[in-house]
Design a protein around this ligand. Structure first.
Ligand code: NAD
Ligand code: UFG
Length: 337
């Protein structure tokens, strides 16, 4: 049984390919390498000892998709491919809507033309906007997104829901990720952002490795226990495992389902710094900066639905997330370069 993994060379995709191969699935990866390196896939092959069929193509390329669906025995698609930089999306909205929304429409069209109607989609807790309540359950109303990237996720959720309603042969699972961090235990694959990292953990690891002088904390006057932003950080290997569990749910012909993938525990920025320092013994210098536009105070999941219906629960705690992120960064100071 082959699974098409779009965006499979990226951070979450590469970790998911490891878990797929370990679970006995054949992985076919399609990635245009716009935000990744082919080396990640070579390293996945070393970890699992299995071969990955790789297509260096774009999800907007119909001819490439047709070739893949004719050549490979694809039964389902895990769709990671997309642009994800929040700030960039504000300056390049057209590029984000074109790549993420138009690309997904092409992918889904070619899937249905080839009779493949099983899809797992990478969504995000960002669709909750400033959440109506926390911990956030899947029934929490979707909110106002603060950037075009977030809107692509919110709109794609609606588009995929409408497609499944019109044609109930589709099985579509929308996975709303909270904050993935960490890396594979081997330290050979991990997060490799271009330029200055936007996200907290890669920023911390780059300070720790000496590439950046200090961390800026975006605000310490939020309505949280220590004033800094609280998030639900989840180990990327746990997140990857959630996709394998979701594939099993698709086998049950689940129709449309939505699951939060988080741990259910919120940590502040200062909590993350102190945990990182404890695990690694490295001091992280920081200064308090103004709030970052679009940020919210607190965001963490109630992930009970995934536990009950998928049999999935995050296994790794914050110490392992910090240790594994550091293991990757310290072994690969320049990422995949
Ligand atoms: P990533 O950038 O590492 O991976 C995305 C991959 O998609 C990259 O390898 C990139 O080259 C590829 N890609 C982009 N556009 C493409 C296109 N048109 N055709 C083919 N390939 C294309 O990002 P990630 O962190 O692994 O995220 C994977 C998915 O999860 C994304 O859809 C992202 O929006 C979503 N997500 C990520 C987070 C997070 O914090 N990392 C949180 C919530 C949701
Ligand atoms: N933060 C800092 N300094 C930094 C970076 C982040 O203080 O240099 C703070 C933020 O203000 C926030 C927390 O650390 O309080 C986490 O910030 P991230 O940028 O790591 O994560 P976000 O929660 O802002 O957003 C991430 C992804 C989004 C995704 C969301 C939910 O970037 O794409 O998680 O899944 F939608």
């Amino acid at each position: 049984m082959s699974i098409l993994v779009t965006g499979g060379a990226g951070f979450i995709g590469s970790h998911t390919v490891v878990e797929l191969q370990n679970a006995g699935y054949e992985a076919v990866v399609l990635d245009n390498l716009s935000n990744s390196s082919k080396k990640s896939l070579e390293r996945v092959e070393t970890i699992t000892g299995k071969v990955i069929t790789f297509y260096e193509n774009d999800i907007n390329d119909r001819a490439a998709l047709q070739k893949i669906f004719k050549t490979e025995k694809i039964t389902a698609c895990i769709h990671f491919a997309g642009l994800k930089a929040v700030g960039e999306s504000v300056n390049k909205p057209w590029e984000y809507y074109q790549n993420n929304i138009a690309g997904t429409l092409v992918l889904v069209d070619e899937m249905r033309k080839n009779g493949i109607k099983n899809l797992i989609f990478s969504s995000s807790a960002t669709v909750y906007g400033d959440p109506a309540f926390i911990p956030i359950t899947e029934s929490c109303p979707k909110g106002i997104c603060t950037n075009p990237y977030g809107w692509t996720k919110s709109m794609l959720e609606q588009i995929l829901t409408d497609i499944q309603t019109a044609d109930p042969e589709w099985n579509i699972i929308l996975l709303r990720y909270f904050n993935p961090i960490g890396a594979h235990k081997s330290g050979t694959i991990g997060e490799d952002p271009n330029g200055l990292p936007n996200n907290l953990m890669p920023f911390i690891t780059q300070v720790a490795v000496g590439k950046l002088p200090e961390l800026g904390i975006f605000g310490n006057d939020y309505d949280t226990p220590d004033g800094t932003g609280v998030r639900d950080y989840i180990h990327v290997v746990d997140l990857a495992d959630g996709h394998v569990k979701a594939l099993k749910k698709i086998d049950e012909k689940c129709g449309l389902e939505i699951y939060n993938l988080g741990t259910g525990t919120g940590y502040s920025v200062l909590d993350i710094i102190s945990n990182f320092e404890k695990v690694t013994g490295i001091k992280i210098p920081y200064t308090i900066k103004p709030r970052r536009s679009g940020d919210i105070a607190s965001c963490y999941a109630n992930a009970d639905k995934a536990k009950t219906e998928l049999g999935w629960k995050a296994k790794y705690g914050i110490s392992e997330m910090c240790a594994d992120a550091w293991n990757w960064q310290s072994k690969n100071p320049e990422g995949y370069q």
